[in-house]
Design a protein around this ligand. Structure first.
Ligand code: SAM
Length: 275
């Protein structure tokens, strides 16, 4: 159970101090929200059931955030679990869930994990590729493919633009408005583009599912957080004017583009050399 501090300059500092400035996902976390991925626990369960993690698996999770999926994965008792998280406070939270010698959380970046080739049978990451520029998306996916042993599985859970031939002007507007409200560059792709990135890294798509982008819709918040945590989240938001303004503004953008914004999970396999 170790948090290893790497010296890479890309490791991000701890959460921004003010609600006005901090990235949207950390604002939601500060208000008590733990599930920070676009398709909620429903898509996470689909992802995990297709990854079929068991006691013989060596699992790597990119960007575990507050460790919600980490705990679900650890319940499957994998042979090893390594999280790679660039935020120090998030890494500390994940570390508090780790119990065994083969479980660790590394403070570092998913595009350069420093782990050995073919050392994992499962790699996954949620709500972390959409925020990367194109070259970093490719580097992270290439790193996942490098870490996977033949036959290994890679799962992603991200924001998705619909339809595949979405007009460029709508796409630009979505990217601009989301980045503006979330205070992080948000660059979602279409389903076809996500598939293409995985295939270009030498992976074969084996499963796919989409869900509405309902991250801040009340019914989804209750389903993801449970009733009492959802009430506490709503209460916290209601009593913090700056946070309330920002959460409502984020929800407004999600609603504005609801016809063109979705959540997607894809599971891909690294084929064995012989196949
Ligand atoms: C929107 S949160 C999602 C957290 C969690 N996966 C979830 O779905 O609830 C994004 C997370 O990605 C982490 N992150 C972003 N880019 C990263 C990178 N290149 N390497 C490692 N972690 C990264 C952030 O620190 C943050 O914890």
């Amino acid at each position: 159970m170790t948090t290893q501090v790497t010296s890479t300059p890309e490791v991000k500092p701890d959460h921004q101090p003010t609600p006005e400035k901090m990235p949207g996902h950390w604002l939601l976390a500060k208000m008590g929200k733990r599930v920070l991925r676009p398709g909620g626990l429903e898509l996470t369960r689909h992802l995990l059931s297709n990854l079929a993690i068991g006691p013989s698996d060596h699992v790597v999770e990119f960007a575990p955030g507050l460790g919600v999926t980490a705990r679900m994965t650890l319940a499957s008792r994998p042979k090893s679990y390594t999280a790679i998280e660039r935020d120090r406070l998030a890494a500390k939270t994940v570390e508090s869930y780790l119990t065994g010698p083969n479980q660790k959380c590394v403070l570092g970046t998913a595009e350069a994990t420093g782990m050995l080739d073919a050392s994992a049978s499962v790699v996954y990451g949620e709500a972390m590729l959409s925020m990367q520029p194109p070259s970093t998306k490719s580097r992270i996916i290439a790193e996942a493919a490098r870490l996977l042993a033949p036959g290994g599985r890679y799962g992603i859970h991200e924001l998705c633009l619909v339809p595949d031939d979405l007009d460029q002007s709508v796409r630009d507007a979505i990217q601009h408005d989301l980045s503006d409200e979330i205070h992080v560059g948000v660059r979602p792709l279409t389903a076809a583009e996500w598939r293409e990135l995985l295939v270009n890294a030498g992976l074969t798509i084996v499963a796919e599912r989409t869900a509405p982008m309902h991250l801040l819709e009340p019914a989804r918040v209750v389903r993801d957080e449970g009733l009492w945590r959802a009430i506490r989240f709503l209460w916290n938001v209601a009593w913090h004017p700056a946070a309330r303004r920002r959460v409502l503004a984020m929800r407004k953008v999600f609603r504005k583009y609801r016809a063109h914004l979705s959540a997607i999970t894809l599971i891909a396999r690294r084929e064995s050399a012989a196949s």
